[in-house]
Design a protein around this ligand. Sequence first.
Ligand SMILES: C[S@@+](CC[C@H](N)C(=O)[O-])C[C@H]1O[C@@H](n2cnc3c(N)ncnc32)[C@H](O)[C@@H]1O
Length: 212
Amino acid sequence: MTERPDDTIRHSPSADRNMTPILGVLSQVLPARGLVLEIASGTGQHVAHFASALPGLAWQPSDPEAQMRASIDARVRAAALENVRAAVALDAGKARWPIDSADAVVCINMIHIAPWAAALGLMAGAAAVLSDDGVLFLYGPYRRDGRHTSPGNARFDDDLRGRNAEWGLRDVDDVREAAASCGLALQRIVEMPANNLSLVFRKTAASSKTGE
Ligand SMILES: C[S@@+](CC[C@H](N)C(=O)[O-])C[C@H]1O[C@@H](n2cnc3c(N)ncnc32)[C@H](O)[C@@H]1O
């Protein structure tokens, strides 16, 4: 992520590249109306793009980093987006989230750049705020069946683990299991550009009972 010299708005080149393919999946899985809570909003590029393209939804961005929240709010102000709320401080790994309910939860490129506890917290927190049928959408690079899906992802994983031993690409099966234990069923896996995946979970009464 880079900082523009004379303002607080940060910019991520990868968010520029992936926002359109991600929006393509979100357009299919999000409800037409309601509140979408974004976890780990980062620079705010995604929430600004999605809120502008899907004006029927209200968007609640969040990030644990104050600099990121400042970037999100500045970007939203600059774009005059009326359907985006002020960014809130939210650490997915913390038990208490500052939002009680949402119709969908979106989290892009976070669970590999945080300890596994953050992924577990994300599942528990999303399950708590979503009502039955609510969607949890995850995007990022993942391992499948214990293996990397590309040499580039393997290198990225090495790099992440070198920076922090608790970081690293997660296996889809581990993520599926963690979600299921919170009553969130993995309903769809969408292959995305550059060896990324979209994972679409849904909170269902059946999954709450069986953990499937
Ligand atoms: C690689 S950036 C991704 C930002 C944005 N979603 C994107 O794709 O451009 C990772 C983000 O995760 C946030 N983050 C790290 N640990 C987190 C946690 N435990 N809970 C919520 N967000 C976290 C960081 O502050 C950062 O903004």
